[in-house]
Design a binder for this molecule. Structure first.
Ligand SMILES: *Cc1c(COP(=O)(O)O)cnc(C)c1O
Length: 472
């Protein structure tokens, strides 16, 4: 027997123990402090132990319980970043994904995995109302944005063969509120961050379409090729949804690829399609089921209409990977439409989760998140020592403590930073932060199926309690 063989009864016993550990975590999620008081040094001591030469067997299982004990807890009062709450039925299916160990490169290598990926990608497109599109699952919105901009770049100047140098300068357009993954993609693609035009936004953090058009026009006059216009739906800070129909019209007028970064918000179109009018005109859309479909990390997606262009950009087949089939189904090679070759079977958890709960359950949960964001906004608006700093379009709520007497701006920002640290240390509510118009703000983002109305009520209570502690 191979030393790493695990017999069937041993597998079952291990799986039961791990499932028990997971269930114990879930059962008292609500009562756990979100962050334990633990230092970096503590964690180094517990986990940076020597590589064992001999297997630890049972002790290794105890180590998993240690991981749970010290992990950040994602209960209904976790509102940091844009982080979906992790749907447990999907997590169970994810175990099966690892056991089956399918390589989702091509139909030839994993027929079911590739078929299911096509199926769930089609479901996602249908759910958000983006007809006649195809696409692939990705590790997240960052990878999806990178791939979208790679396709846009290739469409604009065909640089894959001869490089960008031979093709002259390119420019990409997004608002000042665009996610950092856009700037990263522009850098990685050799377009250069200097050529990312950060277009100003209005008071509600939407890109100003006239400024976008002016910038494109200006570049054209200078002989710079506009490669992509990017709309946010919504922005990572405040959830602002750019004017999609107007941006689509400008992109069409100048023959520029129109990409929507919907990593945070696009899936809210399942519950509130009226907010996303114009989405159907995009050339490509990034979305993140690991955000607003509550899927366990990781699960991102890129959708697009021009599959031939995607393939022209991303196909570099070596002979060994050739699909050996010209059949439109059986010849499908996802590695020709993705930056990844070996890919895990991400589709399984999503397929199972959507079939298990049904789309209506997700729609209700997203509606709940949207409603709770408005609830939190109303609570903040009713408190004279709190100030709302942005309109609530989706589920991100940006606000700050201002107190009773008018403090200078820099004092308010410092005070709110201290309040955020206190809120987190108190362990009841987890918020993150954003900076809007140079104002530091507290930010609650609700993409959390656990969150109840009572959890929302806790937010201002905790912030005010933290403010009292900081000011004492
Ligand atoms: C989260 C996010 C991204 C990046 O997605 P990842 O899944 O974290 O890689 C991109 N854009 C927006 C607007 C986001 O909210």
């Amino acid at each position: 027997m191979n030393p790493i063989d695990v017999q069937c009864d041993e597998f079952l016993r291990l799986a039961e123990r791990v499932t028990r550990i997971a269930a114990d975590y879930l059962v008292d999620l609500d009562a756990r402090p979100i962050l334990r008081e633990v230092t970096g040094e503590d964690l180094e001591r517990i986990f940076r132990t020597p590589l064992p030469e001999t297997g630890l067997a049972e002790e290794a299982v105890d180590g998993l319980a240690d991981v749970v004990r010290h992990s950040r807890v994602q209960n209904g009062r976790f509102f940091g970043y844009v982080l979906g709450s992790g749907e447990p039925a999907a997590a169970v299916a994810d175990l099966l994904s690892s056991v089956l160990n399918q390589i989702a490169t091509a139909w030839r290598s994993s027929p079911v995995a590739v078929t299911l990926e096509r199926a769930v990608v089609g479901w996602l497109a249908q759910a958000i109302g983006y007809r006649d599109s195809v696409g692939v699952l990705t590790g997240g919105g960052s990878a999806a944005n990178l791939m979208a901009l790679a396709i846009a770049r290739e469409k604009a100047v065909a640089a894959n063969e001869s490089g960008l140098r031979a093709r002259g300068p390119l420019a990409v357009y997004a608002s000042t509120e665009a996610h950092m993954s856009i700037a990263k993609a522009v850098a990685l693609l050799g377009i250069g961050r200097e050529n990312l035009r950060l277009i100003p936004v209005d008071d509600a953090f939407h890109i100003i379409p006239e400024r976008l058009e002016k910038a494109i026009q200006h570049d054209k006059d200078l002989g710079i090729t506009p490669a992509a216009a990017i709309a946010s739906a919504g922005t990572v800070n405040t959830g602002a949804i750019d004017a999609l129909p107007q941006i689509a019209a400008i992109a069409r007028k100048y023959g520029v690829w129109f990409h929507i970064d919907g990593a945070y918000g696009a899936l809210a179109a399942v519950a509130a399609p009226e907010k996303f009018r114009g989405l159907e005109q995009a050339d490509s859309i990034s979305l993140d089921p690991h955000k607003w479909l509550y899927q366990p990390l990781d699960c991102g997606c890129l959708l697009y209409r021009d599959a031939a262009m995607a393939r022209r950009t991303l196909a570099h087949s070596g002979d060994y990977a050739r699909s050996l089939s010209s059949d439109p189904i059986e010849g499908l090679a996802l590695f020709e439409e993705s930056i990844e070759l070996s890919r895990r079977f991400r589709a399984l958890k999503l397929w199972f989760s959507l079939r298990y709960h049904g789309l209506a359950a997700f729609r209700k949960s997203i509606e709940k998140d949207l409603r709770q964001a408005r609830q939190l906004g109303a609570l903040i608006a009713n408190k004279s020592d709190l100030e709302l700093l942005a309109p609530i379009e989706l589920s991100a709520v940006c606000f700050r403590y201002v107190g009773k007497n008018s403090l200078p701006e820099d004092k308010i920002s410092q005070l709110n930073l201290n309040i955020l640290q206190r809120v987190i240390a108190r362990g009841r509510v987890y918020l993150s932060n954003a900076t809007l118009n140079s104002k530091f703000c507290l930010r609650a983002c609700i993409v959390n199926h656990h969150t109840t109305e009572a959890d929302i009520d806790t937010v201002p209570v905790e912030v005010l309690a933290a403010a009292r502690e900081v000011l004492a």
